[in-house]
Ligand binder design. Structure first.
Ligand SMILES: Cc1cc2nc3c(=O)[nH]c(=O)nc-3n(C[C@H](O)[C@H](O)[C@H](O)COP(=O)(O)O)c2cc1C
Ligand SMILES: O=C(O)C(=O)c1ccccc1
Length: 381
């Protein structure tokens, strides 16, 4: 409550940081990021926010969604329903959580809080290999909610295979192989800060979790198409390939046994001047049309990178994505409000998406078809 001693705010004046009535701005993601920046140590904020080289791809990602325009359908009396399935698993919203590392730096409960938030709102969480809680601990935080496990290739093949096996045993429903990190991108902020996992946190899925590895110390070496085929064969879990930006690669992944393709630039953290997800998505969707997953269903396509509004998500669905995933917005939510913060970000964007769908006469994610979008400038696609 506002104390009697506190002077009234002038109209339009920002609440002061110590104002206890100050509601976190969960739907204003720029302000939420600013709030997260206040609570995070500067090298941690830089690690979460930053990207490769000049960060022009980080900047461009949200703008690229806005190079599309929606063509609303009217007179449809539409009630939007966000429910869909991802690899056969029912979810309450097509907006999920992308894998992001080291969540314990944002909040003491780290991945456990994110997992509880995802379960609460019916969103799918993808858990990173580079988590500060183990595969099993994160699964146990919300055992009945669906989640996927993102796998980085480890130095030892036995360790990689063991992580995949543990993910299956712990109830994860898919393995997400991230293929855009043959080496870690050149992130100038992290190099300048000599960034490393802060003392007291551990890479819980690594053989020597109590080390304080520099970011690259335990990072992957490259996957190959053979690895995709091998994991598709040896694992009972469907394989999702994350970090694909070309139609030819997407087809090759599908033919190697992938069940889904995840279009991503890794949040602009790997290749600077990379084609934005919002522009690569249609090519990948067109290329995999007609490709069949090992279980006989159609190969699904997902996307992440710079999705910051319900309309961005609707454009992605219209361009053929079955789901969109959020990275940094959930990091800011976790830093500012823990599980409640992550849930508020997911709920806020899902509500915006439902609203945009209703306004555009789209009843379900499935009804978001390509005729719903044109490139800005009214040029034909
Ligand atoms: C701090 C941070 C850590 C990340 N760690 C991983 C990771 O461990 N594995 C992975 O596949 N992708 C990782 N990513 C990439 C995200 O999964 C995702 O592709 C990207 O953040 C989406 O873009 P957005 O942040 O603009 O929403 C990370 C991204 C960020 C911002
Ligand atoms: O920082 C990242 O983007 C990332 O994917 C990663 C890679 C290796 C270890 C930790 C995080």
């Amino acid at each position: 409550m506002t104390g009697l001693t506190q002077r009234r705010r002038e109209p339009g004046e920002e609440p002061r940081p110590d104002d206890p009535d100050r509601e976190p701005p969960y739907l204003d993601l720029d302000r939420l990021e600013a709030r997260a920046r206040e609570v995070l140590a500067p090298p941690v904020y830089d690690y979460y926010a930053g990207g490769a080289e000049t960060e022009s791809s980080v900047q461009e990602a949200p703008q690229a969604w806005r190079s599309w325009r929606l063509r609303p359908r009217v007179l449809r009396a539409t009630q939007a329903d966000l429910a869909t399935t991802l690899l056969g698993t029912p979810v309450g919203t097509p907006i999920g959580i992308a894998p992001w590392a080291y969540q314990g730096m944002a909040h003491p409960d780290g991945e456990l809080a994110t997992r509880r938030a995802a379960a609460r709102v019916g969103a799918l969480m993808t858990v990173s290999t580079s988590a500060t809680h183990s595969v099993e601990e994160v699964a146990a935080a919300a055992p009945d909610a669906p989640a996927w496990f993102q796998l980085y290739r480890q130095h030892s093949p036995e360790h990689t295979a063991d992580l995949a096996r543990r993910a299956g045993a712990a109830g994860y429903r898919a393995l997400v192989l991230t293929v855009d990190l043959p080496v870690l991108g050149r992130r100038r902020r992290d190099l300048r800060n000599d960034f490393a996992l802060p003392a007291g946190l551990r890479m819980a899925n690594h053989p020597a979790p109590d080390d304080r590895p520099a970011l690259s110390a335990n990072a992957s070496t490259s996957w190959t198409f053979d690895d995709i085929a091998r994991f598709a064969e040896i694992s009972d879990l469907p394989v999702v390939v994350k970090g694909v930006l070309r139609g030819d690669d997407a087809v090759a992944c599908a033919r190697a046994g992938a069940s889904a393709i995840w279009v991503s630039t890794h949040g602009g953290r790997q290749v600077d001047l990379v084609v934005p997800s919002a522009h690569a998505l249609p090519e990948v969707v067109d290329a995999v049309r007609g490709e069949v997953a090992p279980d006989g269903s159609d190969v699904e396509v997902y996307v992440d990178g710079g999705v910051r509004a319900g309309s961005d998500a609707l454009v992605a669905l219209a361009l053929g994505a079955r789901a969109v995933f959020l990275g940094r917005p959930t990091a800011w939510g976790l830093a500012v409000g823990g599980a409640d913060g992550v849930a508020a970000v997911l709920t806020g964007l899902s509500e915006e998406l439902a609203h945009a769908m209703t306004l555009c006469g789209v009843a379900t994610p499935h009804d978001a078809t390509p005729d719903l979008v044109v490139r800005a400038g009214w040029l034909p696609r």
